[in-house]
Design a binder for this molecule. Structure first.
Ligand code: BG6
Length: 557
């Protein structure tokens, strides 16, 4: 029994899970916003009502992310009237139990005292719960009957199946949806032909991780393709829904000054960092299986890389953007299996100090093997064999228990080819320009440029031209989860990973996964919690004459 098992007072509750989907970072806003506040979607979003079928309703992901996100969308008047929650799970629950459980999730997240009860009643007006095992055909027949009843009500026949279970259940659920005739193909084409929403769509939303290597991702794609059209499948990567990540496309393609220098002639190297201060917390069993390469690099950082490196799409639409991302992923030079250590570094944290507090080693974390060889840090070097990027290294790194929580993309430009300031340089050295896109926290971007220090002598100093979202927008519009939910309800696939992209990302990391699996390094390498990672990662980038940035907060710059 987990702590929350009896939280609702009845004989039901949240399952003890493996912590899947229980990431701190996927936060929806911590405070309930008043129902009257203007929609952050600016009134431009028109998601369709639907029956939202959640698999894994008693799990942490539903409790901590999905339901609070739905409530916040309700607060902004964005959740369409007629949307009905349908839970499918293994526990015996009545519809009322289910409603109470969802209400509990909202209260837990925002605090019962500030939650708008009338709004909750509206969102949870007629929830349905269907009990069944994930591989039990009868359960899916009952689910089908419940959905048919609801089709006649507000959802207009639209159905969204959301897989919020541990990934091992995905194949069974998809297969059963197909066998029960619930995976209806069709409305998508009609919808696009008509240029407007057509009632009766079916969509599948799949959480990460999508497989654990190329073979398993391919198998899962094949199972899905056996029952649904790719255009009905929404593979979530919440990183793509982060505001600054979306802004990257605008920055690159809506400004005249960046794209002309966005290539090997001007760019020296690119760093993509996702550093966390958190450890694995209670997600031990999941993380032991995953490790940093599978958990962060393959799904998130490779996606960020593809946005930075892709060619301009012909339109800002799902197909055009995803085609370009796929092209650049395909242009990534295969990592040679015989020299993986020149391209990739792994390490695990040992005891250290973060924000003045001593934190335990990874091997001492809850439900982690005391001799675990799972990496909690991974760094990867990628080269892209195309006209734009030939010879420009992209370095990706991520780690838990690092010195600071920061996700950023840094584009390092080449030094100017002039000797003019040789003397002036002597003081501090001429710093090449760096464009930093701060994904989180302190969302925004800054460009460092050299400038003359005031005074008689010609001395140089770098200054930053900085844009911070926090200054112009007092509140960030929405969480990544709210964005992906609304996009899926609207049928906008731009931020979702296509099946071929998911496989391509696994192809890129494949040689590293194989080399690491063949040689689990029990005694190596390590890094102290609270540091910036292992020395081997410094060496990886130093071999090319570069050093990692030590990211600062905007106001420290
Ligand atoms: C998840 C990973 O996908 O992303 C977690 O499974 C990680 O391990 C999380 O903590 C980070 O998300 P964010 O939004 O905080 O960067």
């Amino acid at each position: 029994m987990s702590d929350r098992d009896d939280a609702t007072g009845g004989g039901f509750g949240y399952e003890e899970t493996d912590g899947y989907g229980d990431e701190e970072g996927l936060s929806v806003s911590g405070a309930a916003r008043p129902g009257s506040s203007p929609s952050p979607f600016g009134g431009e979003r028109h998601p369709d009502p639907c029956s939202l079928v959640i698999f894994g309703v008693t799990g942490d992901l539903t409790h901590r992310k999905l339901i609070p996100a739905l409530y916040d969308l309700g607060c902004h008047g964005v959740l369409p009237f007629g949307t009905t929650l349908v839970g499918y799970g293994r526990q015996e629950l009545s519809d009322d139990d289910f409603r109470a459980l969802m209400r509990q999730a909202i209260d837990d997240h925002y605090g019962a005292e500030v939650v708008d009860g009338a709004l909750c009643d509206r969102i949870l007006e007629t929830p349905r719960y269907v009990q069944g095992q994930f591989d039990d055909a009868d359960g899916y027949r009952r689910l089908g009957a419940a959905l048919e009843e609801l089709d006649g009500e507000g959802g207009r026949g639209n159905r969204m199946f959301y897989l919020a279970t541990p990934p091992s259940q995905f194949p069974a659920i998809v297969g059963q949806l197909g066998a029960a005739g619930l995976a209806r193909v069709g409305a998508y084409d009609a919808e696009h032909a008509a240029g407007k929403p057509v009632a009766g769509w079916t969509r599948l939303v799949v959480e990460k991780p999508f497989g654990r290597d190329l073979a398993t991702a391919h198998d899962l794609n094949t199972i899905i393709a056996g029952v649904l059209d790719e255009r009905q499948v929404y593979r979530i990567d919440h990183y793509l829904a982060k505001e600054t990540v979306q802004n990257l496309l605008v920055l690159r393609f809506a400004n005249g000054i960046f794209e002309p220098v966005w290539n090997r002639r001007y760019v020296d190297f690119v760093e993509i960092t996702a550093a966390e201060t958190l450890g694995v917390e209670h997600r031990g069993p999941y993380y032991e299986e995953a490790g940093a390469l599978r958990d962060m690099i393959t799904p998130h950082l490779i996606q960020l890389f593809s946005l930075v490196a892709m060619e301009p799409p012909v339109a800002f639409g799902a197909d055009a953007v995803r085609d370009e991302k796929l092209k650049v992923l395909r242009a990534v030079r295969p990592i040679p299996s015989q020299s993986v250590s020149d391209w990739a570094v792994r390490a695990q944290y040992v005891q250290g100090v973060i924000a003045g507090e001593s934190v335990p080693a990874y091997r001492a974390e809850e439900r982690v093997a005391t001799d675990s060889s799972t990496e909690t840090y991974a760094a990867l070097k990628l080269l892209v064999d195309n006209w734009r990027w030939q010879g420009v290294p992209f370095y990706l790194r991520t780690g838990k228990r690092l010195a600071r929580r920061v996700t950023e993309i840094a584009i390092h430009f080449k030094r100017p080819p002039v000797l003019l300031f040789r003397d002036a340089e002597a003081g501090g050295g001429l710093q090449p320009n760096v464009l930093v896109l701060r994904v989180q926290p302190d969302e925004g971007f800054s460009l460092t440029i050299e400038s003359k220090k005031p005074g008689h002598a010609v001395a140089l100093q770098p200054v930053a031209m900085d844009y911070s979202y926090g200054v112009t927008l007092h509140e960030l519009p929405f969480s990544a989860y709210e964005t992906v939910l609304v996009d899926a309800m609207e049928g906008d696939m731009t931020l979702f990973t296509r099946g071929d992209q998911a496989e391509e990302a696994w192809r890129i990391v494949g040689p590293v996964l194989e080399a690491w699996a063949a040689k689990p390094e029990r005694d190596s390498p390590i890094y102290e919690a609270g540091s910036w990672g292992p020395e081997a990662a410094d060496a990886l980038i130093a071999r090319d004459g570069h050093t990692w940035r030590r990211p600062l907060k905007a106001d420290d710059a």
